[in-house]
Design a protein around this ligand. Structure first.
Ligand code: ADP
Length: 387
Protein backbone atom coordinates (compact mmCIF):
# COMPACT_ATOMS: atom_id res chain seq x y z
CA UNK A 1 0.00 0.00 0.00
CA UNK A 2 2.85 2.40 0.71
CA UNK A 3 3.46 4.66 -2.33
CA UNK A 4 1.50 2.29 -4.58
CA UNK A 5 -1.40 2.79 -6.95
CA UNK A 6 -3.61 0.56 -4.76
CA UNK A 7 -6.60 2.48 -3.44
CA UNK A 8 -8.20 2.58 -0.03
CA UNK A 9 -11.83 3.68 -0.32
CA UNK A 10 -13.40 5.30 2.75
CA UNK A 11 -17.20 5.46 2.85
CA UNK A 12 -17.96 8.64 4.79
CA UNK A 13 -15.88 11.81 4.88
CA UNK A 14 -16.51 13.35 8.29
CA UNK A 15 -14.07 14.14 11.07
CA UNK A 16 -13.25 10.48 11.72
CA UNK A 17 -12.19 10.13 8.11
CA UNK A 18 -10.19 13.33 8.32
CA UNK A 19 -8.21 12.07 11.31
CA UNK A 20 -7.68 8.70 9.60
CA UNK A 21 -6.28 10.54 6.59
CA UNK A 22 -3.50 12.18 8.61
CA UNK A 23 -2.01 8.67 8.85
CA UNK A 24 -2.67 7.66 5.23
CA UNK A 25 -0.92 10.86 4.18
CA UNK A 26 2.03 10.14 6.47
CA UNK A 27 2.28 6.69 4.92
CA UNK A 28 1.61 7.88 1.36
CA UNK A 29 -1.43 5.67 0.87
CA UNK A 30 -3.79 6.47 -2.02
CA UNK A 31 -7.25 7.28 -0.66
CA UNK A 32 -10.67 7.85 -2.18
CA UNK A 33 -13.47 9.27 -0.04
CA UNK A 34 -17.26 9.27 -0.53
CA UNK A 35 -19.43 11.83 1.24
CA UNK A 36 -22.72 13.60 0.46
CA UNK A 37 -21.40 17.02 1.45
CA UNK A 38 -19.23 19.00 -0.96
CA UNK A 39 -17.53 20.55 2.08
CA UNK A 40 -16.87 17.24 3.87
CA UNK A 41 -14.11 17.54 6.52
CA UNK A 42 -12.09 14.78 4.76
CA UNK A 43 -12.15 16.41 1.35
CA UNK A 44 -8.94 18.41 1.64
CA UNK A 45 -6.88 15.47 2.92
CA UNK A 46 -7.80 12.63 0.55
CA UNK A 47 -6.32 11.80 -2.85
CA UNK A 48 -9.69 11.55 -4.62
CA UNK A 49 -13.12 12.77 -3.52
CA UNK A 50 -16.54 11.65 -4.73
CA UNK A 51 -19.67 13.51 -3.70
CA UNK A 52 -22.64 11.20 -3.26
CA UNK A 53 -25.05 9.38 -1.00
CA UNK A 54 -23.72 6.79 1.46
CA UNK A 55 -27.06 4.97 1.51
CA UNK A 56 -27.66 4.60 -2.22
CA UNK A 57 -26.71 1.15 -3.57
CA UNK A 58 -25.52 2.31 -7.01
CA UNK A 59 -23.46 5.21 -5.63
CA UNK A 60 -21.60 3.06 -3.09
CA UNK A 61 -21.17 0.21 -5.56
CA UNK A 62 -19.79 2.53 -8.27
CA UNK A 63 -17.54 4.23 -5.74
CA UNK A 64 -15.95 0.93 -4.73
CA UNK A 65 -15.35 -0.37 -8.26
CA UNK A 66 -11.74 0.84 -8.57
CA UNK A 67 -10.79 0.45 -4.88
CA UNK A 68 -8.67 -2.42 -3.58
CA UNK A 69 -9.59 -1.98 0.09
CA UNK A 70 -12.76 -0.43 1.53
CA UNK A 71 -13.60 0.80 5.00
CA UNK A 72 -16.19 3.04 6.66
CA UNK A 73 -16.19 5.93 9.08
CA UNK A 74 -19.95 5.79 9.78
CA UNK A 75 -22.28 2.76 10.06
CA UNK A 76 -25.18 4.29 8.17
CA UNK A 77 -24.01 3.12 4.74
CA UNK A 78 -25.41 0.80 2.08
CA UNK A 79 -24.14 -2.58 3.29
CA UNK A 80 -25.67 -4.48 0.33
CA UNK A 81 -23.38 -2.59 -2.06
CA UNK A 82 -20.38 -3.28 0.19
CA UNK A 83 -21.36 -6.95 0.30
CA UNK A 84 -21.47 -7.13 -3.50
CA UNK A 85 -18.06 -5.45 -3.68
CA UNK A 86 -16.69 -7.97 -1.20
CA UNK A 87 -18.24 -10.86 -3.16
CA UNK A 88 -16.46 -9.51 -6.24
CA UNK A 89 -13.07 -9.62 -4.56
CA UNK A 90 -12.60 -6.27 -2.83
CA UNK A 91 -11.23 -6.36 0.69
CA UNK A 92 -13.92 -4.77 2.87
CA UNK A 93 -13.35 -4.14 6.60
CA UNK A 94 -15.35 -4.15 8.79
CA UNK A 95 -17.25 -6.87 6.92
CA UNK A 96 -20.64 -5.68 5.61
CA UNK A 97 -22.57 -8.28 7.65
CA UNK A 98 -21.10 -6.88 10.87
CA UNK A 99 -21.96 -3.30 9.89
CA UNK A 100 -25.56 -4.36 9.13
CA UNK A 101 -25.81 -6.05 12.52
CA UNK A 102 -24.37 -3.11 14.43
CA UNK A 103 -26.40 -0.38 12.74
CA UNK A 104 -29.58 -2.01 14.07
CA UNK A 105 -29.65 -1.74 17.88
CA UNK A 106 -32.22 -4.56 17.98
CA UNK A 107 -29.98 -7.02 16.11
CA UNK A 108 -27.01 -5.86 18.18
CA UNK A 109 -28.79 -6.71 21.43
CA UNK A 110 -29.94 -10.09 20.07
CA UNK A 111 -26.32 -10.86 19.23
CA UNK A 112 -25.23 -10.09 22.82
CA UNK A 113 -28.03 -12.20 24.27
CA UNK A 114 -27.24 -15.11 21.93
CA UNK A 115 -23.55 -15.07 22.83
CA UNK A 116 -24.10 -14.48 26.56
CA UNK A 117 -22.55 -11.04 26.81
CA UNK A 118 -23.99 -9.20 29.84
CA UNK A 119 -26.44 -6.55 28.64
CA UNK A 120 -29.63 -5.06 30.07
CA UNK A 121 -32.85 -7.02 29.37
CA UNK A 122 -34.72 -5.77 26.29
CA UNK A 123 -37.75 -6.17 24.02
CA UNK A 124 -38.26 -5.14 20.39
CA UNK A 125 -41.32 -3.17 19.23
CA UNK A 126 -42.74 -2.08 15.87
CA UNK A 127 -43.68 1.50 16.84
CA UNK A 128 -45.01 3.73 19.63
CA UNK A 129 -48.45 2.04 19.73
CA UNK A 130 -46.79 -1.35 20.04
CA UNK A 131 -44.68 -0.13 22.98
CA UNK A 132 -47.80 1.27 24.69
CA UNK A 133 -49.48 -2.12 24.24
CA UNK A 134 -46.43 -3.81 25.74
CA UNK A 135 -46.55 -1.44 28.69
CA UNK A 136 -50.28 -1.88 29.39
CA UNK A 137 -49.97 -5.65 29.20
CA UNK A 138 -47.10 -5.55 31.73
CA UNK A 139 -44.47 -6.84 29.27
CA UNK A 140 -42.30 -3.80 30.05
CA UNK A 141 -42.28 -1.63 33.16
CA UNK A 142 -41.49 2.05 33.79
CA UNK A 143 -38.70 3.19 34.06
CA UNK A 144 -37.31 2.05 30.71
CA UNK A 145 -35.22 3.42 27.85
CA UNK A 146 -36.59 3.57 24.30
CA UNK A 147 -33.96 3.44 21.55
CA UNK A 148 -34.63 3.85 17.87
CA UNK A 149 -33.37 0.63 16.22
CA UNK A 150 -31.59 2.62 13.50
CA UNK A 151 -30.16 6.08 12.81
CA UNK A 152 -29.51 7.09 16.44
CA UNK A 153 -26.28 8.85 17.41
CA UNK A 154 -24.98 11.08 20.22
CA UNK A 155 -28.07 10.46 22.33
CA UNK A 156 -30.45 11.29 19.46
CA UNK A 157 -32.77 8.34 19.15
CA UNK A 158 -32.68 7.65 22.91
CA UNK A 159 -35.72 8.47 25.06
CA UNK A 160 -35.82 7.81 28.78
CA UNK A 161 -39.28 6.99 30.13
CA UNK A 162 -39.26 7.67 33.84
CA UNK A 163 -42.95 8.30 34.41
CA UNK A 164 -46.24 7.80 32.58
CA UNK A 165 -46.08 11.36 31.25
CA UNK A 166 -42.89 10.46 29.32
CA UNK A 167 -44.86 7.86 27.33
CA UNK A 168 -46.49 10.68 25.36
CA UNK A 169 -43.20 11.95 23.93
CA UNK A 170 -41.90 8.56 22.79
CA UNK A 171 -40.60 8.29 19.21
CA UNK A 172 -42.91 6.56 16.72
CA UNK A 173 -40.26 4.31 15.20
CA UNK A 174 -39.19 0.65 15.32
CA UNK A 175 -37.62 0.47 18.77
CA UNK A 176 -35.49 -1.52 21.13
CA UNK A 177 -36.73 -0.95 24.69
CA UNK A 178 -34.41 -1.83 27.53
CA UNK A 179 -34.38 -1.81 31.28
CA UNK A 180 -33.02 1.29 32.92
CA UNK A 181 -29.56 0.68 34.40
CA UNK A 182 -28.57 2.34 37.67
CA UNK A 183 -25.35 3.71 36.19
CA UNK A 184 -22.33 4.52 38.36
CA UNK A 185 -19.98 5.14 35.49
CA UNK A 186 -19.75 4.84 31.70
CA UNK A 187 -16.56 3.57 30.10
CA UNK A 188 -15.46 2.51 26.66
CA UNK A 189 -12.77 0.15 25.43
CA UNK A 190 -11.38 0.16 21.91
CA UNK A 191 -10.27 -3.19 20.54
CA UNK A 192 -8.44 -3.77 17.27
CA UNK A 193 -7.95 -6.84 15.10
CA UNK A 194 -6.33 -7.70 11.77
CA UNK A 195 -7.12 -10.56 9.42
CA UNK A 196 -4.06 -12.48 10.60
CA UNK A 197 -5.97 -12.80 13.87
CA UNK A 198 -3.91 -10.43 16.02
CA UNK A 199 -6.06 -8.67 18.66
CA UNK A 200 -5.18 -5.78 21.00
CA UNK A 201 -7.15 -3.34 23.16
CA UNK A 202 -6.63 0.04 24.80
CA UNK A 203 -7.14 0.85 28.45
CA UNK A 204 -10.69 2.02 29.21
CA UNK A 205 -11.78 5.64 28.79
CA UNK A 206 -14.18 7.21 31.32
CA UNK A 207 -17.06 8.96 29.57
CA UNK A 208 -18.53 11.65 31.78
CA UNK A 209 -22.01 12.32 30.38
CA UNK A 210 -24.03 15.51 30.74
CA UNK A 211 -27.48 14.00 31.34
CA UNK A 212 -29.35 17.25 30.69
CA UNK A 213 -28.05 17.60 27.13
CA UNK A 214 -27.53 13.80 26.83
CA UNK A 215 -24.04 14.61 25.56
CA UNK A 216 -20.51 13.76 26.53
CA UNK A 217 -19.06 16.28 28.96
CA UNK A 218 -15.45 15.17 29.22
CA UNK A 219 -13.45 12.00 28.60
CA UNK A 220 -10.77 10.85 31.02
CA UNK A 221 -8.07 8.48 29.87
CA UNK A 222 -7.15 6.05 31.24
CA UNK A 223 -10.30 5.63 33.35
CA UNK A 224 -9.66 5.27 37.07
CA UNK A 225 -11.44 1.91 37.41
CA UNK A 226 -10.50 -1.20 39.40
CA UNK A 227 -8.02 -3.48 37.65
CA UNK A 228 -10.65 -6.19 37.89
CA UNK A 229 -13.16 -4.08 35.90
CA UNK A 230 -10.48 -2.99 33.43
CA UNK A 231 -9.37 -6.56 32.74
CA UNK A 232 -12.94 -7.76 32.36
CA UNK A 233 -13.89 -4.92 29.99
CA UNK A 234 -10.80 -5.37 27.81
CA UNK A 235 -11.29 -9.12 27.65
CA UNK A 236 -14.93 -8.66 26.67
CA UNK A 237 -14.07 -6.10 23.95
CA UNK A 238 -11.43 -8.50 22.55
CA UNK A 239 -13.90 -11.40 22.62
CA UNK A 240 -16.54 -9.30 20.88
CA UNK A 241 -14.29 -8.19 18.01
CA UNK A 242 -13.41 -11.84 17.43
CA UNK A 243 -17.01 -13.10 17.69
CA UNK A 244 -18.19 -10.38 15.31
CA UNK A 245 -15.29 -11.25 12.99
CA UNK A 246 -14.33 -7.61 12.57
CA UNK A 247 -11.01 -6.29 11.25
CA UNK A 248 -10.10 -2.70 12.09
CA UNK A 249 -11.56 -1.25 15.29
CA UNK A 250 -14.44 -2.08 17.57
CA UNK A 251 -15.28 0.61 20.15
CA UNK A 252 -17.25 -0.96 22.99
CA UNK A 253 -19.33 1.13 25.40
CA UNK A 254 -20.10 -0.24 28.86
CA UNK A 255 -22.09 0.84 31.89
CA UNK A 256 -20.70 0.08 35.33
CA UNK A 257 -23.76 -0.32 37.56
CA UNK A 258 -24.01 0.89 41.16
CA UNK A 259 -23.46 -2.81 42.09
CA UNK A 260 -20.23 -2.83 40.08
CA UNK A 261 -21.62 -5.03 37.33
CA UNK A 262 -20.15 -4.49 33.89
CA UNK A 263 -22.97 -4.12 31.35
CA UNK A 264 -22.46 -3.96 27.61
CA UNK A 265 -24.28 -0.99 26.06
CA UNK A 266 -23.35 -0.70 22.38
CA UNK A 267 -20.50 -0.95 19.91
CA UNK A 268 -19.17 0.88 16.84
CA UNK A 269 -16.95 -0.81 14.23
CA UNK A 270 -14.75 2.24 13.51
CA UNK A 271 -12.76 5.00 15.22
CA UNK A 272 -14.85 6.44 18.04
CA UNK A 273 -15.26 9.73 19.87
CA UNK A 274 -14.01 8.05 23.05
CA UNK A 275 -10.68 7.26 21.38
CA UNK A 276 -9.62 10.65 20.02
CA UNK A 277 -7.20 11.21 22.89
CA UNK A 278 -5.16 8.16 21.81
CA UNK A 279 -3.58 10.56 19.27
CA UNK A 280 -1.75 12.37 22.07
CA UNK A 281 -1.78 9.69 24.79
CA UNK A 282 -0.73 6.46 23.09
CA UNK A 283 2.03 5.04 21.00
CA UNK A 284 -0.50 4.17 18.33
CA UNK A 285 -3.60 6.32 17.79
CA UNK A 286 -6.97 4.65 17.19
CA UNK A 287 -6.86 5.98 13.61
CA UNK A 288 -3.51 4.39 12.85
CA UNK A 289 -4.72 1.21 14.55
CA UNK A 290 -7.86 1.10 12.39
CA UNK A 291 -5.71 1.42 9.29
CA UNK A 292 -3.37 -1.31 10.49
CA UNK A 293 -6.34 -3.59 11.14
CA UNK A 294 -8.01 -2.91 7.78
CA UNK A 295 -4.79 -3.36 5.77
CA UNK A 296 -3.68 -6.41 7.78
CA UNK A 297 -0.51 -4.72 9.05
CA UNK A 298 1.00 -5.62 12.45
CA UNK A 299 -1.10 -3.90 15.15
CA UNK A 300 0.56 -1.13 17.13
CA UNK A 301 1.29 -0.93 20.85
CA UNK A 302 -1.53 0.55 22.92
CA UNK A 303 0.59 1.67 25.88
CA UNK A 304 -0.46 4.99 27.40
CA UNK A 305 2.53 7.34 27.62
CA UNK A 306 0.60 10.38 28.91
CA UNK A 307 -2.89 10.56 30.50
CA UNK A 308 -5.37 13.01 29.03
CA UNK A 309 -8.77 14.64 29.27
CA UNK A 310 -10.77 15.39 26.14
CA UNK A 311 -13.70 17.67 25.44
CA UNK A 312 -15.83 17.96 22.33
CA UNK A 313 -16.19 21.42 20.79
CA UNK A 314 -19.92 21.78 20.21
CA UNK A 315 -21.78 24.56 18.42
CA UNK A 316 -23.31 26.99 20.94
CA UNK A 317 -27.09 26.90 21.30
CA UNK A 318 -28.76 29.76 19.41
CA UNK A 319 -26.03 29.90 16.76
CA UNK A 320 -26.53 28.62 13.22
CA UNK A 321 -24.47 29.68 10.21
CA UNK A 322 -20.87 30.51 9.26
CA UNK A 323 -18.68 29.49 12.17
CA UNK A 324 -16.41 31.68 14.30
CA UNK A 325 -14.25 30.27 17.07
CA UNK A 326 -13.64 32.32 20.18
CA UNK A 327 -10.99 31.71 22.83
CA UNK A 328 -8.69 29.37 20.91
CA UNK A 329 -5.64 31.66 21.28
CA UNK A 330 -6.06 31.74 25.06
CA UNK A 331 -6.18 27.95 25.41
CA UNK A 332 -3.34 27.39 22.92
CA UNK A 333 -1.02 29.25 25.28
CA UNK A 334 -1.50 26.52 27.90
CA UNK A 335 0.91 23.57 27.91
CA UNK A 336 -0.50 20.23 26.80
CA UNK A 337 -3.53 21.66 24.97
CA UNK A 338 -4.08 20.09 21.54
CA UNK A 339 -6.75 21.60 19.31
CA UNK A 340 -8.52 19.66 16.56
CA UNK A 341 -10.84 21.62 14.28
CA UNK A 342 -12.84 19.46 11.89
CA UNK A 343 -13.30 22.13 9.22
CA UNK A 344 -17.10 22.26 9.14
CA UNK A 345 -17.89 25.70 7.75
CA UNK A 346 -21.37 25.92 9.29
CA UNK A 347 -22.17 25.63 12.97
CA UNK A 348 -25.48 24.48 14.50
CA UNK A 349 -26.53 24.04 18.13
CA UNK A 350 -24.56 21.11 19.61
CA UNK A 351 -22.93 20.19 16.28
CA UNK A 352 -19.54 18.52 16.82
CA UNK A 353 -17.10 21.06 15.35
CA UNK A 354 -13.87 19.82 16.87
CA UNK A 355 -12.30 18.54 20.05
CA UNK A 356 -9.52 19.47 22.43
CA UNK A 357 -7.26 17.03 24.20
CA UNK A 358 -5.36 18.09 27.30
CA UNK A 359 -2.40 15.80 27.95
CA UNK A 360 -0.80 15.94 31.38
CA UNK A 361 1.15 13.48 33.53
CA UNK A 362 -1.50 14.07 36.20
CA UNK A 363 -5.01 13.08 35.07
CA UNK A 364 -6.76 15.26 37.65
CA UNK A 365 -4.80 18.25 36.43
CA UNK A 366 -5.68 17.38 32.82
CA UNK A 367 -9.36 17.26 33.82
CA UNK A 368 -9.12 20.64 35.54
CA UNK A 369 -7.49 22.26 32.52
CA UNK A 370 -10.03 20.64 30.16
CA UNK A 371 -12.93 22.09 32.16
CA UNK A 372 -11.23 25.51 32.03
CA UNK A 373 -10.74 25.11 28.27
CA UNK A 374 -14.44 24.33 27.93
CA UNK A 375 -15.32 27.65 29.55
CA UNK A 376 -12.91 29.60 27.31
CA UNK A 377 -13.85 28.28 23.89
CA UNK A 378 -17.12 29.32 22.26
CA UNK A 379 -18.35 28.22 18.87
CA UNK A 380 -20.66 30.79 17.41
CA UNK A 381 -22.03 32.02 14.12
CA UNK A 382 -21.57 35.50 12.67
CA UNK A 383 -25.27 36.16 13.06
CA UNK A 384 -26.76 34.39 16.05
CA UNK A 385 -30.48 33.58 15.82
CA UNK A 386 -31.08 35.32 19.14
CA UNK A 387 -30.03 38.75 17.76
P1 ADP B 1 -26.11 6.72 21.38
O1 ADP B 1 -25.94 5.67 20.34
O2 ADP B 1 -26.99 7.83 20.91
O3 ADP B 1 -24.81 7.18 21.97
P2 ADP B 1 -26.55 5.24 23.87
O4 ADP B 1 -27.15 3.88 23.84
O5 ADP B 1 -25.08 5.30 24.11
O6 ADP B 1 -26.96 6.01 22.54
O7 ADP B 1 -27.30 6.11 24.97
C1 ADP B 1 -26.96 7.45 25.24
C2 ADP B 1 -26.88 7.68 26.73
O8 ADP B 1 -28.16 7.41 27.35
C3 ADP B 1 -25.90 6.75 27.43
O9 ADP B 1 -24.60 7.26 27.36
C4 ADP B 1 -26.47 6.71 28.84
O10 ADP B 1 -26.06 7.86 29.59
C5 ADP B 1 -27.97 6.79 28.62
N1 ADP B 1 -28.54 5.39 28.59
C6 ADP B 1 -28.59 4.60 27.50
N2 ADP B 1 -29.12 3.40 27.81
C7 ADP B 1 -29.42 3.43 29.13
C8 ADP B 1 -29.98 2.48 30.04
N3 ADP B 1 -30.39 1.26 29.67
N4 ADP B 1 -30.12 2.86 31.34
C9 ADP B 1 -29.76 4.10 31.74
N5 ADP B 1 -29.22 5.03 30.93
C10 ADP B 1 -29.05 4.71 29.63
Amino acid sequence: MFSQKKKLGIVGGGQLGKMLLTKTNQWDIYTKVLDPSENAPSRSSCTEFVQGSLQDFDTVYQFGQDCDYLTIEIENVNTEALQKLEDEGKIVHPRPGAIALIKDKGLQKQFYAKHNFPTSPFELFEDKADILKGWSSGKIKIPFVQKSRTDGYDGKGVHVVQSESDLETMMDVPSMVEEMVDIKEEISVIAARNSSGQVVSYQPTAMIVNHEANLLDVLLFPAAVDTYIEDKARKMAEELIEKMDICGLLAVEFFISKDDDLILNEVAPRPHNSGHQTIESCNTSQFEQHLRGVLNLPLGHTTVHLPSAMINLLGAPGHTGDVVYEGLNEVLAKEGVHIHIYGKKQTKPYRKMGHITVANSNLEQANKIALWVKEQVQIKSHQPISQ
